[in-house]
Write a protein that binds this ligand. Structure first.
Ligand SMILES: C[C@](O)(CO)[C@H](O)COP(=O)(O)OP(=O)(O)OC[C@H]1O[C@@H](n2ccc(N)nc2=O)[C@H](O)[C@@H]1O
Ligand SMILES: Nc1ncnc2c1ncn2[C@@H]1O[C@H](COP(=O)(O)OP(=O)(O)OP(=O)(O)O)[C@@H](O)[C@H]1O
Length: 296
């Protein structure tokens, strides 16, 4: 691994938080000749996520731990190892502590890849490769702050003026493959998202979001009808707005206060023991004191 820019000794083990990514909106506005879709999405990050730790070593290795480690690839396909290889790293022992469900529309793998690149760049002085090569969600996950994402994901513009949003995330345990969802779109030329105003509070934000869309919600629901059940449960729990994130199957409910969000999460979890249910705050930048501020 390269030494730090300052010439200081390379610290033994460095870690970064990989927060869950939530698409508050996801408008599909076109399609490129190569098949990738043009998007317009308001992206926020949660105060829950995975953690990537990197220690210098002679070879490149990955250990996956944590409550959601099951089913996550541990070999060269893991986005953490792909990120390290893309950055030219050949000697690092990486640990991925997995708390987010995989293939769930909340960018687990993309956020892990971005956290790997951040720890290599910010803590270990490794040059940053072009992140889009790892996936369309990786540039926004590298920023890890509220942003409007356009193009196929490469155009990331920071957004301020969003209040912290108390929320509940629910995944019914169904994984949905992103390409299958895009393939099922009935139209690919939707309108762009409206300009984003400043919001007085979470309710004002939820009211505005109601006029925007996730165009992947209908095709994902057709593939995984359980998504509809989750949206109904969130709506019944008193959420001010319910929507699916990304290509699903995770859905979110926005609440006007944290206590109500926590109560709703408890009720939904108790009634549906097989579901992954978490209350969180969206859009409040990083909640991890160990992290450095990220410049775009
Ligand atoms: C749905 C979102 O999560 C919204 O944030 C992202 O657009 C998907 O990001 P991602 O998982 O990092 O996506 P990638 O790994 O780059 O692409 C997976 C597949 O999704 C489709 N895909 C993805 C992004 C995009 N703008 N257009 C697409 O059509 C393509 O079929 C692609 O083969
Ligand atoms: N570190 C990782 N964590 C989770 N999945 C990974 C990881 N690395 C590779 N994968 C593979 O990537 C696939 C997609 O997982 P990921 O969690 O990134 O999906 P997603 O949440 O739908 O992403 P997005 O919101 O970016 O579409 C999984 O099926 C898994 O096989």
């Amino acid at each position: 691994m390269a030494p730090t820019d300052t010439g200081a000794p390379t610290p033994a083990r460095q870690s970064e938080f990989a927060p869950a990514k939530i698409n508050l909106t996801l408008h599909v506005t076109g399609r490129r000749a190569d098949g990738y879709h043009l998007l317009d999405s308001l992206v926020v990050f949660a105060d829950l996520g995975d953690r990537v730790a990197v220690a210098p070593d002679t070879g490149l290795s990955l250990t996956v731990t944590g409550p959601m480690a099951g089913g996550v690839p541990t070999g060269p396909d893991n986005l953490v190892l792909r990120a390290a290889r893309l950055a030219g790293v050949t000697g690092a022992a990486i640990t991925l502590d997995k708390h987010l469900p995989a293939a769930a529309g909340i960018g687990g793998g993309s956020s892990d890849a971005a956290a790997t690149l951040r720890v290599l760049r910010d803590r270990l002085g490794v040059a940053m490769p072009a992140p889009l090569a790892l996936g369309a969600d990786v540039p926004v996950c590298l920023a890890a702050r509220t942003a409007r994402m356009r193009g196929i994901g490469e155009n990331v513009e920071p957004v301020s003026g969003l209040p912290p949003l108390p929320a509940v995330l629910v995944n019914p345990g169904v994984s949905v493959a992103t390409p299958d969802v895009f393939r099922r779109l009935s139209r690919r030329d939707g309108s762009a998202m409206d300009d984003i105003p400043a919001f007085a509070d979470a309710r004002a934000c939820a009211d505005w979001l109601r006029g925007q869309r996730n165009d992947l919600e209908a095709p994902a629901r057709a593939l995984a009808p359980g998504i509809g059940t989750v949206l109904t449960a969130l709506g019944d729990s008193g959420a001010a707005l319910v929507r699916m994130s990304g290509s699903g199957a995770t859905c979110f409910g926005l609440f006007t206060d944290t206590a109500t969000a926590r109560q709703a999460a408890g009720q939904i979890a108790a009634a549906n023991p097989g579901w992954w249910v978490r209350s969180t705050i969206l859009g409040a930048a990083h909640h991890d004191p160990a992290d450095q501020p990220i410049e775009l």
